[in-house]
Ligand binder design. Structure first.
Ligand SMILES: Cc1cc2nc3c(=O)[nH]c(=O)nc-3n(C[C@H](O)[C@H](O)[C@H](O)COP(=O)(O)OP(=O)(O)OC[C@H]3O[C@@H](n4cnc5c(N)ncnc54)[C@H](O)[C@@H]3O)c2cc1C
Length: 407
């Protein structure tokens, strides 16, 4: 029987899982297309940005968050194309890269990018985490700022400001602690003159979580010396100055963690999008009006069952959706009815500094070292799921060894 062609665009958390699962079906021929030859492990980017230069070499760090696709798909029949997708033509069922690729089914998982909410100056003056390269640039900026400040001790404090007190913001604020201690010692620069401030417009950090989680996070961040500036909106940004609802605030390094918006679907055809530019899909993740095209992960606006809010943009949600979409395509290829997808609220793990994390699920909140151990188990399971047992262990040990150097 002739194999059906499945193209997966985007080799992130969702795309990799979808391609691996689809490739187990001999009736499908699977091709994955990404602009990079690796899978970027976003959850570890903060570790990269907060590892001082002498302790971990740049190539070593970059490799730790960029898993080669050749390694992931080594034992599977998935074909890899490294190129940027420039157009999708739904009528002719083709994806345009360097040349057209035809599909019977298309899975889009192109992820998201920072959302600057049209705040003037934000994209020019703030650093953000989208890749290993961005994380290394942030590291370089912090190191050089403190090195320069030591030549001018009369200068006011070094101000590192993080915009956005969601999961990303609190994590980076806490992770910086170890690196700043180290840099203060290395540069012989007083630690109390390096200030980390977290700004959020809500009245609490982690405003989307229950009060119990917020209080744990507030206490932990304060123990780490992070200044919490809540109820403050950023209105505009110029070089080294924030105009806020609470007046002007100076900064030396500004890190943007205030939210993301979906990457656009690269097509000249009209696509309906919702809040955060997320693409409208039906209950089975099919692009509205295109029964052979699925969109998942950060890029899609699949609403929670019986609700209006989109499913959270997390790696675990993207993976779960990818597993479902792979099952749905396998059923469709056999002319069967796909099963229904049921939304689930998945646990969160919020790392807050060296060997410390909050694990939050609807039933349980765990904090401290135990939370960190749960996080390690989750990463271990993830690496095994895409690399196999031996390579998975190897990768976890390698990254754990690297990242503990900044603790
Ligand atoms: C710094 C950071 C830390 C995070 N930490 C966590 C965490 O601890 N836990 C958690 O659950 N979630 C975390 N997230 C969120 C999580 O990473 C995302 O929800 C998840 O990556 C979404 O998966 P995805 O498959 O939709 O997209 P992604 O994983 O972002 O993958 C998108 C892929 O599409 C490719 N691509 C984009 N445009 C094109 C194009 N035109 N042509 C070809 N390829 C293209 C990209 O190169 C990328 O490989 C974090 C995100 C960031 C940025």
């Amino acid at each position: 029987m002739k194999q059906k062609q499945v193209i997966v665009i985007g080799a992130g958390f969702g795309g990799v899982r979808a391609a691996l699962d689809l490739s187990k079906n001999p009736e499908l021929s699977v091709t994955i297309i990404d602009q990079y030859p690796y899978h970027s492990v976003h959850g570890q980017l903060y570790e990269v940005a907060t590892s001082p230069t002498e302790l971990t070499a740049m190539p070593e760090l970059k490799r730790s968050v960029e898993l080669p696709l050749l390694q992931i798909f080594k034992n599977s029949p998935v074909k890899i194309v490294t190129a940027k997708v420039v157009d999708i033509k739904f009528a002719s069922k083709t994806v345009i890269v360097d040349k057209p690729y035809s599909y019977d089914y298309l899975v889009c998982a192109l992820g998201s990018q920072p959302n600057f909410f049209s705040i003037p100056g934000a994209s020019e003056h703030a650093w953000h985490f989208s890749s290993g390269y961005d994380a290394l640039k942030i590291r370089g900026e912090i190191e050089s700022t403190i090195a320069l400040a030591k030549n001018n001790l009369r200068k006011k404090d070094v101000q590192i400001v993080i915009a956005g007190g969601g999961v990303a913001g609190v994590e980076v604020a806490a992770e910086l602690h170890g690196m700043l201690n180290y840099l203060s010692w290395r540069e012989n620069y007083p630690r109390h003159k390096i200030v980390t401030t977290l700004i959020d417009r809500s009245e609490a950090m982690l405003s989307m979580f229950p009060k119990e989680v917020q209080e744990i996070a507030h206490q932990r961040l304060e123990e780490l010396g992070v200044v919490l500036d809540t109820g403050v909106s950023i209105e505009s940004i110029s070089k080294h100055e924030l105009q806020t609802s609470d007046g002007v605030k100076e900064f030396d390094v500004l890190i943007w963690a205030a939210g993301v918006r979906a990457n656009p679907l690269p097509t000249s055809e009209s696509v309906s999008v919702k809040k955060g530019d997320r693409v409208e899909v039906d209950a089975q993740f099919k692009l509205v009006g295109q029964p052979d095209v699925f969109v998942l992960g950060d890029q899609c606006a699949r609403a929670e069952d019986g609700g209006v809010n989109p499913l959270p943009g997390t790696a675990s949600q993207a993976i779960r959706q990818a597993k479902y979409v792979a099952t749905a395509i396998k059923a469709l290829a056999k002319n069967q009815q796909p099963p229904l997808f049921t939304c689930q609220s998945l646990p969160y793990i919020i790392p807050l500094g060296p060997k410390w994390a909050i694990f939050y699920s609807k039933r349980k909140v765990v904090k401290g070292y135990l939370g960190y151990l749960i996080r390690q188990v989750v990463w271990f399971k993830y690496y095994i799921s895409i690399l196999g047992f031996t390579k998975g262990i190897h990768w976890l040990l390698r990254t754990s060894e690297l990242f503990k150097r900044n603790d």
